[in-house]
Design a protein around this ligand. Sequence first.
Ligand SMILES: [Zn+2]
Length: 306
Amino acid sequence: MRRVVALGAALGIAAFVTACGGAASTTAPSGGGEALKVVTTTTILADLVRQVGGDRVSVESLVPKGGEVHTFDPTPSDVRNVAEADLVFVNGLGLDDWLAELVTNAGTVAPVIRLAEDLEGVTYLAGTEGDEAVNPHLWLNVAYAARYAERIREALVAADPDHAADYEAGADAYTKVLADLDAKARTTLGAIPAANRTVISFHDAFPYFAAAYGLTVDGTIVDAPGQDPSAAKVAELVTVIKDKGIKAIFAEAQFNEDLVRTIADETGATVVSDLYTDSVGDAPRDTYAGMMAWNIEQVARALAGS
Ligand SMILES: [Zn+2]
């Protein structure tokens, strides 16, 4: 109930800001006209939209850099951003369902594009967290991120057909970047010895990454972000890691590493620190391509044969 009241109050603020012309300033695209105002749920989706839309889009992510999308609690300024958006991009598949309530409260009529759902050529994998029937972290397979970029292109063209050529060119160039990155991931991670390919991860973000690049994720430390594991669960993980000789545990930049360190100390497993999963980081990890290049490098180094 408290949230409903807060969002109702926020609506008033949104109306006030719009009436006063206090909308955020936008930089004018070099080709003339006004930039499309785009809101995304995560910084990763925001980067993908920027790569395709270039200076024709002005993009804001609701979850800030390093923030947690699974457990995000929107604020009045988020309602305001959604109310002013021309287009809204979400991942879908249960990752960012909180956006639906935000859209209702903002009273926006902007199209909401669900990037991960019903994509052609994707092998969907079962989810394990909360109510997720399907795991939502498709973007950690670079080839699937390219499909997000394709859907972004379609949405930008539909919203702003006068500048279709710009969006086509942006998408074409970015698709090539992603194809190179995907090839690099295959080569680099393909060199990891077979005995080192099984890992444990902090939360269940890596199944598409693992399926694409030949790794096996044999467990997660948390059942879902925000839920600390029981002592029994930790003990069970320690046994699994020892019994199977699991080489490494994937830790993530947006989560505290203490628990990972404790389990690693007990098992002798290597901690692969600072992997970026649901948010971009600081430069050079401040783009999707940058964070994936970093992830690939970190994983390859940690799992290389001794
Ligand atoms: Zn996640």
